[in-house]
Design a protein around this ligand. Sequence first.
Ligand code: PHE
Length: 460
Amino acid sequence: MKTPSDAGNSATVAEAPLQARATFTSSLGVLAATLGSAVGLGNIWKFPALTGLNGGAAFVMLYLLCVILIGMPVMWAELTIGRNSRANTVAAFQKLAPKTPWYLIGVSGVVSAVLIMGFYTVVCGWIYAYIFRAATGALAVPPEQTVEVFNALYTSPIQPIVWQWIVLAVTSAIVMAGVTKGIEAATKRLMPLLFLLLLICDIRALTLPGASEGLSFLLKPDLSKITAPTVLAAMGLAFFKLSLGMGCMVTYGSYINKNENLIKNTGKVVAADTTVSLLAGLAIFPAVFAFGYEPTSGPSLLFITIPAVFRSMPLGGLFCFLFFVLAAVAATGAMISLIEVPVAYLTERFGWKRNLATLATALSMALLGVGAALSSSLLSEFKIIGRTLFDTYDFVTSNVLLPVGGIFIALFVGWKWRQAAIAENGGATAAINAFTVFLRFVAPIAITLVLLQGLGIIRF
Ligand code: PHE
């Protein structure tokens, strides 16, 4: 994984008089950075949790549809806006459409980044706690009891906050320091390792007695499970998963060289990211059914099933430890990109030093985050329209702000800025023509309908 802060230290840095604007140095660097943002807790935690809650295969199908019809063109649009404007997500729209309200897309992105981190750091904190527990042998309980281990952590009023702040401190330190070549080299090796570990989990989970029920849950769609909120959840997941609708890919696009092929990069990121989610699903659902857990347990699913799967194999303790370390690594790539959105804005807009901008960003995330960290203990009864703070941050970003951001990004590139977007990609090709048609018509209409239906504003 390579991040902009890192790229600042390496070659081909285009220096503007006032501020340095870094560029990723190779196609692999671009792929690693964008994939590093996309792959994260969304794949191993959110995708399985939502699939379980929304009835399995039918949800997976809807999700794939959203990724292809909406996710791919929007990702291409964001990368194109970023590369052309070479600016943070607010300034990008101000540059491309001066004196218009389009820059509000960028503002919404900065707000979304802080809100997402509010709950993302809680989940990553649980992961850190599990690394610690795996190392000390505290996860070595019979498969049927892993649920109690999770509940002890989940309902504690103190531990989640402590872990959350450790997560924020570690991630901010990385963002401040700029990711050195060493860490970059390490993450490049760790990602394939995560892949390998998922495969090992898959094989074990699929060979458990009773695994086939989980497999059909994941692969055999029951169309009666599809409701308007399910479709909205699938679409929200597509945005969250691919880091779209909030300027993350605009920001990363701004560090990409002119000679990179944005369409190809988009295709590769989407394919790799979706594969990781499906592998995670294949590791989790067979085990859910084999050990008699409920697939609908939501956020706790990963933390209950994965330790149980590892318990039932040789060297399980070691593998379990490794699994959660790699999950933390994957989450870190995503969190770096989330922090980068406000940091790029603050440094460029107000001329703040990178360290100050990171500190301010992390602090606001920590303050908001406490509400989410306490949502399963002291604040469990505090609800906004029936949702705890944790669920509110999640719902408002994935299911409202990111899709709304997506509508306007699609409209912007599809209508207002289309010719320039095509030129930025070296002229029209079949793929670009298809993407622009999707951006003009399919994405805005589909997102609007799904949103209004899912929120219960209109009913067919
Ligand atoms: N895509 C990341 C994940 O799946 C989360 C994320 C969302 C990152 C939005 C950046 C922006 O975990």
